[in-house]
Ligand binder design. Sequence first.
Ligand SMILES: [Fe+2]
Length: 251
Amino acid sequence: MQTLKKNGFIFFKINKDTKLLINKINKLIGNYKKENQINFEKIESDKLSRHTLLLQNKINRIVSPKKFFETNKKNFKEFFKEEKFSIQSYFYLRITQPHKNNPKYKPIDFHRETFQGPTFYKYIMNIWIPIKNCEKNNSIRFIKNSHLFKKFIDFNFKIRKTNVRKGSVENKIGLLYKDRKILFRNKVQISRLFKKDNFILFYGDLIHGGAKNITNRSRISIDLRFMIKKNMKFNPIQGVTKKKYFKIIKL
Ligand SMILES: [Fe+2]
């Protein structure tokens, strides 16, 4: 807990049951690629977005976030000394092509999760799970100690539209139609979040963003957000799915 509070993130070793979930997802993706004869490295990005959404739905049918929490009881129940959690009801699937094959793609810019939700989102935490071809020099970027940064003191921001349309396929796979560009007031230290065979838990307030995929293979990961149940003030309806954002679980 101290490590999480101090750094804003913590790595958890992927256990045997979680490894099985990951293998299941990999198998599903492998079969899907074969059936549809898709090459994730070469396919055009709008087609990839459509396939990502279909695959995202398929994955959520076989591996629910609830199942993931149950297979990691220790890392949540004992770690937080809580048994009720509000968890995002589905996983987002991220498939990032090699940058050289899709140079127009812009990784998700530095942000906090609070930028996209009500104020109690300050309690939100992220889970990031590697699925395939994830490595350190290719992984999530973050600003060191930024979970402690204060708005207007350490940074300002300006709101801008992205080229993602609200309600579009891209929007449904977790890309934003509006974001906030952070302007840091002091020099910051950018680092990367990754540890082999581990999943990452990090505060939504830790300023983070996607990274260009500099390898030759498409990088695949899943992620979700959650918080301790008692911190949830209400359960927001998700714009895209029209469903409640959080599912409440007891471990
Ligand atoms: Fe994020």
